[in-house]
Design a protein around this ligand. Structure first.
Ligand code: C2E
Ligand code: MG
Ligand code: MG
Length: 692
């Protein structure tokens, strides 16, 4: 500017440009910026490059001498008036504003308003320098946006996020603060390792140093000292030459707890909290490996509760569970720390005794277990008794590995059952064979029903005085495909122990009722058929409904059915009286079988609705030789008469026995003297006057 404008006078019209002026103009027209110069008094334009004039819609010649307000128009003026005021007061002003081009395109411009002073400090002009910074502005905006997004992400997630440079924290999100229990200010500036347990420092430092970016599990220390399992992942971020690390961390306490729970469940029996089979086998393998190295012995005890099913069936599953827990605690209480006891399921427990000195030690433990378990357990306020059967196998004598030893102990346990339960047995060669045979027998017995291999034989019950038929006892037989006709002594108690007596008993009742009804329909004399009912059936609870249904279906009147129960049924069943009453209401009569062999008690005979006593065969058999049996038989008969019960003697084989019984006042008898049990057809012709 060779001629700075006076501050008071209107500008002189421009003369022809000097050479210097036109050079300056040429340069000004080349730069990618809008340049103008105004006098400060009225803000009239003294200089404009072509770009400035054109951007405002003018030619250069037309803007010279006009005020800025005229040049940029009223709308723009309203926006920048304040800025202009400030620069006229000598202030340097810089601002960015959006600008919409006539084409509609949106640009961002940076405006610099620079006051111009003469050497005496008086303001003589205003430079206007305008740059289009759209590209730059948008790039910065993008960064601002992405940072904003990042902050929002970091705030919105439950994962802890942190930034650090060489381990020193530079930023953390809220979630991290919550997980670690420190405020943001307490964390920034500290080393990440301060939040990691000492023994994990190395792994974390190695991970960071290697710049790894794969997730790994670690732990952090909460401000309250708790350790929190976390999953971490790090990422390296490069900004220019600088590298910083971003870490993302997730609290995996819940997952860890779930994993631990799953691992626990996989290795424990939930009911008793004892190890389960899986854990036992794992531990037994280790025990055996140690025993092998040290040349020591190990005992394996296979323990099964006797008649546990009865408890479950009669008292319910909750009571059964309570009993199992109680017994688990008794077993555990008897063992040493190093011994292992596991529940295999159901009522089976396995016990491992390591460092065994002699087989006698195992027998000792087994004996103590039997005593401890056989003591009464209180269930629902009343004492319940169960005993265990225990099989013992010894390493290395009875097997080389866990599998063989467990199988040997299992086989020995079965032999304890066969030996009358409530005892222990050592494994002996051949037992495995016996156990195998038991399994085969069970399978055969199951098939027997569906194949119709059971039959009933019938034995007459006679009047002592006139030898007429007064009843018929139905007795089951099994036509075994290989072994021929088997008597109940060979399979009934086995069927009871395997729960098979339920369907078998059902079949017997159905068949006996059907047969008696068929005989009646054929015109035979009408007498009751007596059916033996196992204690297991009785305790199952639905016997009444079942008998009712079977009577209905067969069309047999309840009067013609008698049920033979054993004394034990009455002894341990508080609900027995209701069941017996209900059966009586169906018209069915009730007899006590094998009377005199159980816990004979006058009191229950008085209390229960019983019709008949069957004097056990053992007394009758020795009636002619043993005065004691004579006395007992007479006592039973007298007692029965006093209680108004019918008396029937079982197992009468000889005439002399019968005449003695007659003398004693016994009214009925049953035995080979009258007949062996016979197949239905034969019985029909011989005792019912039917033709075959
Ligand atoms: P129990 O109810 O006391 O039946 C009488 C048993 O004595 C029958 O044996 C019968 O054959 C036998 N017997 C009858 N008269 C004489 C005799 O004069 N001398 C001798 N030595 N024995 C005689 P069996 O048929 O072998 O039945 C044995 C036991 O099996 C029965 O004793 C009964 O407790 C049980 N039983 C039989 N059938 C069934 C059934 O269907 N269900 C259930 N749960 N048990 C049954
Ligand atoms: Mg009987
Ligand atoms: Mg009997």
């Amino acid at each position: 500017m060779s001629t700075p404008p006076s501050t008071s006078n209107p500008p002189a019209p421009p003369g022809p440009p000097t050479q210097q002026e036109s050079l300056l103009r040429t340069i000004a027209n080349q730069v990618p910026a809008l340049i103008a110069y105004y006098e400060p008094e009225h803000m009239r334009c003294l200089f404009s490059n072509r770009q400035y004039a054109q951007a405002n819609g003018w030619n250069v010649e037309d803007v010279i001498g006009r005020t800025v307000r005229e040049i940029i128009g009223e709308t723009a003026w309203a926006l920048i008036e304040g800025h202009v005021e400030r620069v006229r007061k000598g202030e340097k002003v810089e601002y960015i504003r959006p600008q919409v081009l006539p084409s509609g395109e949106r640009r961002y411009i940076e405006v610099n308003l620079i006051p111009h002073f003469d050497p005496l400090g008086r303001q003589v002009g205003v430079f206007v320098l305008i740059n289009d910074i759209t590209g730059h502005y948008l790039a910065e905006q993008a960064i601002r946006d992405s940072e904003e997004r990042m902050r929002k992400f970091a705030a919105a997630t439950a994962e802890g996020i942190f930034f650090h440079k060489n381990g020193v924290l530079t930023d953390v999100n809220e979630a991290l603060c919550a997980i670690v229990g420190y405020a943001r200010e307490e964390m920034i500036g500290r080393n990440t390792l301060e939040f990691v347990p000492a023994e994990r420092h190395q792994e974390v430092a190695d991970y960071i140093r290697a710049g790894l970016e794969t997730p790994y599990e670690s732990e952090i220390v909460h401000s309250d000292g708790r350790r929190i399992p976390v999953e971490m992942v790090g990422k390296t971020l490069r900004v220019g030459d600088e590298a910083s690390r971003l870490g993302v961390l997730r609290d995996i306490s819940d997952r860890k707890r779930a994993e631990e729970r799953i691992a626990y469940l996989a290795h424990h029996d939930v009911l008793t909290g004892l190890p389960n089979r899986t854990q036992l086998v794992e531990r037994l393998d280790i025990t055996l490996a140690l025993a092998k190295r040290h040349g020591s012995g190990v005992a394996i005890l296979f323990l099964d509760l006797d008649h546990f099913k009865t408890v479950n069936d009669s008292l319910g599953h909750a009571a059964g569970d309570a009993l199992l827990k109680e017994i688990a605690a008794r077993i555990r209480g008897l063992l040493r720390e190093a011994d292992v006891v596991a529940r295999l399921g159901g009522d089976e427990f396995l016990i491992v005794l390591p460092d065994l000195e002699s087989a006698g030690d195992a027998a000792n433990v087994a004996g103590k277990l039997i005593t401890a378990i056989s003591g009464p357990a209180m269930l629902e306020g009343r004492p319940v008794y169960v005993s265990p059967s225990i099989g013992i196998s010894i390493y290395p004598r009875d097997g080389a590995n866990a599998d063989e030893l467990v199988r040997a102990a299992d086989a020995a346990m079965y032999s304890a059952k066969e030996n009358g339960r409530g005892n222990y047995q050592f494994f002996a060669p051949g037992l495995a064979q016996a156990a195998h045979e038991a399994l085969v027998k069970e399978a055969k017995l199951r098939e027997a029903l569906s194949r119709g291999e059971f039959v009933l034989h019938y034995q007459p019950q006679m009047n002592v005085k006139d030898n007429t038929l007064i009843g018929i006892e139905a007795l089951i037989r099994w036509r075994h495909p290989e072994l021929g006709l088997l008597e109940p002594g060979e399979f009934i108690s086995f069927a009871e122990s395997r729960g098979l007596i339920i369907p078998i008993g059902q079949w017997v009742l159905t068949e006996a009722c059907r047969q008696n009804r068929a005989w009646q329909a054929a015109g035979a004399p009408t007498v009751p058929v007596a059916v033996n009912v196992s204690a297991v059936q009785f305790r199952r609870g639905n016997l009444v409904a079942e008998v009712g249904r079977i009577l209905d279906e067969s069309g047999l009147d309840g009067r013609y059915l008698e049920l033979e129960l054993t004394e034990s049924v009455l002894m341990d069943q508080a609900a027995a009286i209701d069941t017996l009453d209900a059966l009586r209401n169906l018209g069915v009569s009730l007899a006590i079988d094998d009377f005199g062999t159980g816990y004979s008690s006058m009191s229950y005979l008085k209390r229960y609705p019983i019709d008949k006593l069957k004097i056990d065969r053992s007394f009758v058999t020795d009636l002619l030789t043993d005065p004691d049996d004579v006395a007992i038989t007479r006592a039973i008969i007298n007692m029965g008469q006093a209680l108004n019960l019918t008396l029937i003697a079982e197992g009468v084989e000889k005439k002399q026995q019968l005449s003695l019984l007659r003398d004693f006042g016994c009214e009925e008898y049953q035995g080979y003297l009258a007949s062996l049990p016979l197949p239905a057809t034969e019985f029909g012709t011989r005792f019912l006057g039917l033709k075959d």
